[in-house]
Design a protein around this ligand. Sequence first.
Ligand code: GLU
Length: 512
Amino acid sequence: MADYSAAPHFTGGTPTVRTRFAPSPTGQPHIGGLRTVVFSWLLARHGNGQFLLRVEDTDQKRTVPGAVENLLEGFRWMGITPDEGPEVGGPVGPYFQSQRLDHYAYYAGELLRTGHGYRCFCTKERLDEVRADQQARHLPTTGYDRLCRTLPPEIIDANLAGGMPFTVRLKVPLDGVTVAPDILRGEVVFQNKTLEDAILLKSDGYPTYHFANVIDDHEMGITHVLRGDDWLPSAPLHVLLYQAFGWDMPIIAQVPNVMGNDGKKLSKRHGAEPILFYRDNGYLPEAIINYLAFLGWSYDDKTDILSVDELIRAFSLERVHTAGAIFDLERLRWLNGVYIRALPLDDLLARALPYMERPAAEGGLPDTIARPLDRDLVRRVLTLDQERMKTLADAATLTPFFFEETLAYPPEWLIGKGLDAATALAGLRRAYAVLADAPAWEAAPLEERMRALADELGQKPGPLFMGVRVAVTGRKETPPLFETMLVLGRARSLARLEAALALLAAHTPSPA
Ligand code: GLU
């Protein structure tokens, strides 16, 4: 075993708050994991402490290339900056567990020396047989039968001399209880006889999750460990490890997992995606942070909108709930819309443009629309659409007709509800004349003229206006009609009305 007699510890004085996110790079964390990130980061910022990123890449077979880079990109986008981690380094690195194998080897040696751990020489085949036998006998608990726990020293020596591979296991007390403190739940009591002598170090020298996690949290001076409550079953093993080493435990909060709004485990089906998905789909990072902060935490019983600065000031573990949190994509979209409406126009313009100008295949405006877009036009369009946008990506889906040369839509759309084709055509002809005649191209007078026309025709304004709306936009849903026509301008609006008249005329049977 490597001699590693000077394990580096956190040396930055008495740490106040040091939190960490410790992902395994086996994929991208989605909402549940990100919520833990946000809590940990807010807690560190609130306490004027540090937030660390540590990559738990000890399962090399499951490591996905690019996972760490993606995560860091997501963090950068969210404005969540680790104070220590793979990118920025720090005093207690390395921050990849695969680069810390000497630490784990050293501490495994410590456990062997103090009798809290033992070498297990059992082969995989033997372990499989033990399990199969336990299952066949319907034993209530299955698991390692502790054969090697009591191996005589001469056998151990002989095995070692013969170069036999071994794992290091934790010697779990056979009776009594282990009490796992959890700041959210109080003390959780586990019967030791239900616990297994877990493997800490595998025969290839790689640690298991429990072992590496506890050692690193200790060495890195972590004061508050936040993790999903699916890790609760590991809690007693962690406690036993802290006890075996004689280390103080950090404060532990096993945060209730995030569920879908059908009460089931969160998945893509519920709209739960990795962080960059939300960036690419036009969510604002500040809305995401706000939303995630309230997934299982509350400020009071009515507030649900707080800026990042306010969250940092307000966040505390006391107000984290123990009931499961529900992820609701519609609510996130609503909140995102609130944030979009609050943006100053220049800010909205700067943020929305990339979404509009990206290729159509990535969600941008149709490729037939020339880039770069006319900034002045975009500004006027966004003034109209800001109210209706839920995501920045909506800036591309709601607005193409402002930029397109020609519109394509079915002629029937020009026929307002309750009208027949001939009446709609006659109405649209009159509308064209009234609009073409308007002395000023301004929203209020245009609307006045059109209302007067509806009266004169003895029609309701709705169906008449719908024909005009479709004519000038190609859509049935748009921002307010006359303001839209203002942005389009007189010439374009009238040209589109002319095109619509031709389309509808061709579609309308001429009176016999
Ligand atoms: N590597 C573990 C994970 O992927 C860390 C859990 C913890 O925070 O202890 O979730």
